[in-house]
Structure formats: C-alpha cells, structure tokens
Design a protein around this ligand. Structure first.
Ligand SMILES: [Zn+2]
Length: 230
C-alpha cells in the first residue's frame, strides 16, 4: 500500500526509507522498526552474482536490468521471492508466496550503487480483457471505502502477449521512469524474436496507481487486464 497523509496518525512517524509507521520513544516500536528497516535495506542490496543475465544497461546512470528465470540458481530465485514479499506488502496483494513457475520471468532493476530499485514479475499469456471507462464515474476519491476497484472491463477476451503480474518501484526511487524502463526492456526480451507492442501488455488487477501508470504507459485508458477476481 502506498502511504498517504491519512495514515500519519498523531504521535506516529512514517519512516521515509522503509515506510513503516511507528511511535518515536516507544522502545518496542523502535526495536521493531529498526529490525524491519535493516531487513528491508538488506533485501534490496544486490551483491552481484556469478552469472547475471543482464538484459539492459543504462549508460547514462549506470543502472541495469537483470532477468531471472525459474531454473536459475537458488540465490537468484530466492532474491525474487524476497522482493516479491516486499511488493506484496506495499502493493497490498494477499498472495505473499510466489509460485515462480517456468511461465514467469523476473526482472530486477539495479542501481549503479548495487541496490534493487524496482522489480517486475511478468508471465506469458494468450489473452486479456480490455478496460472500459465508466462514463458515470466522477473521479473517485482515493480514500473512498465504497470504491471497489478502479476499472471495469470487457467480457470478450482479446489477444495479449505478456502479463504484468506485479510491478513495483522502491519508494525513494519513484518518478524516475524506472517502471517504464522495466516494461520497455521486458517488451524487447521476453519473447524471442520480436518486440511486443505496448498494447499487447496486460496488467494483473491493477491498483489505482497501477491503473494510472498503465494508462500512461500504453497511451490509452483502455489497456488490457487479466487474471482478476470478479
Ligand atoms: Zn525505516
């Protein structure tokens, strides 16, 4: 979940780095936070691997994207599982455990100073459903409890090529175009022999922020979605 002003309660602090809400001067809270904070930073560290499948490098800022497959060494798939947990916590997905089958490919965005700043888990799919804009919707408020999900979609499937299961960018690295870089790279290297067009990507059950991003990235509010619970 994204932090917003509403979650900053009286007497509580939101850590800028790890996003945890805790109370200053409460020893138990401070300890819990210190542990969580250290764990997060440790998980985001990318030590460098003997075999790295580098699929893209950005010379301008020294960052790179590494692809992980399900039959890669344990240290690589474990990293994906660990990052998946962080993504689950932040994006509000209940399924903490990832079934990283051969259908999936994991992509890590790594900064020049060897920190993981973003991650995308993508899968091969055949079809998606087109989002239809709801003509009656008046820009729903973010905190509205009645809001179910930020989109409606068509019931007829359409051809899709890559499913974006989860995409996440570290809190302090947002607004730098990392999510777009991840998707640009995935479109190029996911399938052998051809770049996938932006409109052949489908997004799994996007959050309101995910919807905004998908609309911007695909250039249309009527992007494709897949695997959602009605
Ligand atoms: Zn913290």
């Amino acid at each position: 979940m994204l932090q917003d002003a509403g979650q900053k309660k009286f007497g509580a602090t939101v850590c800028d780095v790890c996003g945890m809400v805790y109370t200053h001067a409460d020893p138990i809270d401070e300890t819990t936070h210190a542990k969580f904070h250290a764990n997060l930073l440790n998980t985001l560290k990318f030590p460098g691997w003997k075999k790295e499948r580098i699929v893209e490098e950005f010379i301008e800022d020294g960052s790179k994207i590494v692809m992980v497959l399900n039959d890669d060494p344990k240290y690589a798939t474990r990293k994906i599982s660990e990052i998946n947990k962080i993504m689950g916590q932040e994006l509000g997905f209940p399924d903490i455990n990832l079934s990283f089958t051969s259908n999936y490919k994991g992509f890590l965005y790594i900064s020049e100073d060897k920190n993981i700043e973003g991650c995308c888990i993508a899968e091969s799919i055949q079809e998606g459903y087109r989002v239809i804009a709801d003509p009656t919707s008046k820009s729903p408020s973010k905190n509205s409890e009645t809001q179910q999900r930020p989109w409606y979609c068509d019931t007829e499937p359409e051809r899709a090529s890559i499913g974006i299961s989860k995409i996440w960018v570290y809190k302090q690295s947002r607004q730098k175009g990392i999510a777009s870089r991840l998707l640009d790279t995935i479109r190029t290297c996911f399938h052998y022999g051809g770049v996938v067009e932006r409109n052949e990507l489908a997004f799994s059950d996007p959050t309101p922020d995910g919807k905004k991003f998908a609309t911007k990235y695909t250039g249309a509010p009527s992007f494709l979605v897949y695997r959602y619970i009605r």
